[in-house]
Design a protein around this ligand. Sequence first.
Ligand SMILES: [Zn+2]
Length: 335
Amino acid sequence: MITVIDSIIQTQLFERRTKLEHALVDLGDNKELKRLLQEVDTALERIKNGDFGLCEVCRSEIEPDRLMANPLTKFCLGDLTVSQQQELQRDLEMASLIQKSLLPKENINLTGWNVSYKYQPLGLVSGDYCDLININNGNNGNSGNNGEFYFVLGDVSGKGVAASMLMTQLHAMFRSFISLDLPLVQIVERVSSIFCESTMPMHFATLVCGKVSKDSEVEICNAGHLPPLLIQENKLIDIQATGLPVGMFCNEVFSSTKFNLLPNDTLLLFTDGLTEAENRFGDEYGKDRLTNLLFEHCLDSLDTLINFIIKDLNHFQSGNNLADDLTLMALRRIC
Ligand SMILES: [Zn+2]
């Protein structure tokens, strides 16, 4: 029987086949294109026969992430040759470097604001998205600004290479739409619509996109993500979700919440890699523990605050490894 994933991959393979055929007409008798066409046909044949996605050596299922990233994959990780494993490792290391280069620069200069973040992939690459966009020069904020900027923190469904590819897609889309100076909810709606149309149905992302205005008003659109925590005048305020995750439906409508940050208020955004991290007894780190830390360290610098959270998480886990990508971003108005 053809599964939903098989049928999505089948459609992609038919598209690739058509493109290859056109390229063959344009380029004439090209050996490499013919080999690729042969591989696509073999994969299509295997979908028809019901043995697509099985390793050619051990017949066990190939890791779904790898199969989705490359439907022509024929072997499970365990049955790659040493040189294939080395090649894969090199690819991953290159992908990791590219992903790091997409992160906002450290020591960002945003007039009137301090921002600090921690981006910790589980493996070499991450499905988390973390970004700061200075409206005035569109770069990572190092040339200063007039107090207006955007921040985004998100979590793509799944982990590993497939999730990291989708994360880079989000990065490109947010940067493009923000440069058009659209209203915040329209930016998220357009991102959601394109993400939905261009990815497979099981792929979506939860995220928080925020815009800081010159008058220190913060507008937040929360697409199904964990509520950011705001410590304001020694009180905790949850900024609740205002929509479903992006990419779940192609015509999703979002709304936003606006609030003002006073000097020394601290806003913390994080992915579930933090609050859902478990110790060896299966207990979750949880929001309460995080909130207590926030109150304790709300007068410390943001770097110090984030370091305390990471230290406390490691202490809580006491040797248990993280099971997910982890990202935190803290923002504070300083004047
Ligand atoms: Zn195998």
